[in-house]
Ligand binder design. Structure first.
Ligand SMILES: C[S@@+](CC[C@H](N)C(=O)[O-])C[C@H]1O[C@@H](n2cnc3c(N)ncnc32)[C@H](O)[C@@H]1O
Length: 229
């Protein structure tokens, strides 16, 4: 199994419905805070189920959602069928986006599942699709010194605040025996040091900065905001 297959199948990354809802609410709020303002045309690349994408779309002229997993694409298409501002993209629609048509690209919690080469290719893709001066937001990037123990600590803090501690503890035990853990051992997540990210993004024609806070609950990870030159 690879990461793409993992995300396309049934998984228990979210310990219960409350965890999933709180996760997507939180990232929607954090994404809104990083939008440049105005009637922006935005793309969320690797959107996952994006349960709160409507809250982001309210701050955009339009919001395109793309996820590589066909099962996730189908759920997104069903969930947002009635929302005039949200367009769910399949692979062909993503590839067919006009050059220089986007004001913002948001990419959250995706890089760890890609190789460096895949990320580099996506930087060129996003540069082509963004307008000059457009914004690229890359969140939840894992530094090399942050590992599963830090993820557990961050999850338990989030669970404590969100009132799902028992489910989180049970979920962690399940994760220990799950395909996620085995996959994380056999296909380690890709990590980046801050300086490495800044250099890589800059090398692809952007002016990047690290944001003060990470998108989402795990503050051991990093978010970068870059302007397309
Ligand atoms: C950890 S989830 C992140 C979802 C959401 N952005 C969030 O922050 O909660 C990673 C998502 O990336 C998707 N994904 C994996 N590889 C991808 C790729 N090459 N292009 C686009 N999406 C991809 C997976 O299907 C999965 O839904």
């Amino acid at each position: 199994m690879n990461w793409r297959e993992f995300w396309n199948g049934d998984h228990a990354i979210y310990v219960n419905a409350r965890h999933k809802a709180l996760h997507y609410d939180r990232i929607a709020r954090d994404i809104v805070a990083l939008l440049p303002g105005g009637a922006v045309v935005a793309l969320d690349h690797g959107a996952g189920e994006a349960l709160a994408a409507d809250a982001v779309a309210r701050h955009c002229a339009s919001l395109a959602l793309y996820d590589a997993a066909p099962t996730v694409q189908a759920k997104l298409a069903q969930r947002f069928a009635g929302d005039a501002r949200i367009r769910v993209l399949d692979d062909a629609a993503l590839a067919g986006l006009d050059d220089a048509s986007l004001d913002v690209v948001v990419v959250n919690s995706l890089l760890q599942y890609l190789t460096r080469e895949e990320f580099a290719a996506l930087l060129d893709f996003w540069r082509a699709k963004l307008k000059t001066g457009g914004r690229l937001v890359v969140g939840d990037v894992i530094p090399p010194d942050v590992g599963p123990v830090d993820d557990v600590k961050a999850l338990m803090r989030f669970a404590l605040e969100g009132g799902f501690v028992v489910a989180a503890a049970t979920g962690l035990v399940k994760t220990f025996f799950s395909p996620y853990r085995k996959l994380r051992q056999s296909l380690p997540l890709t990590t980046y040091a801050e300086a490495d990210m800044l250099a890589l993004i800059a090398a692809h024609g952007f002016s990047p900065q690290r944001a003060d806070k990470n998108i989402g609950h795990n503050q051991a990870r990093m978010t970068f905001v870059a302007t397309r030159g």
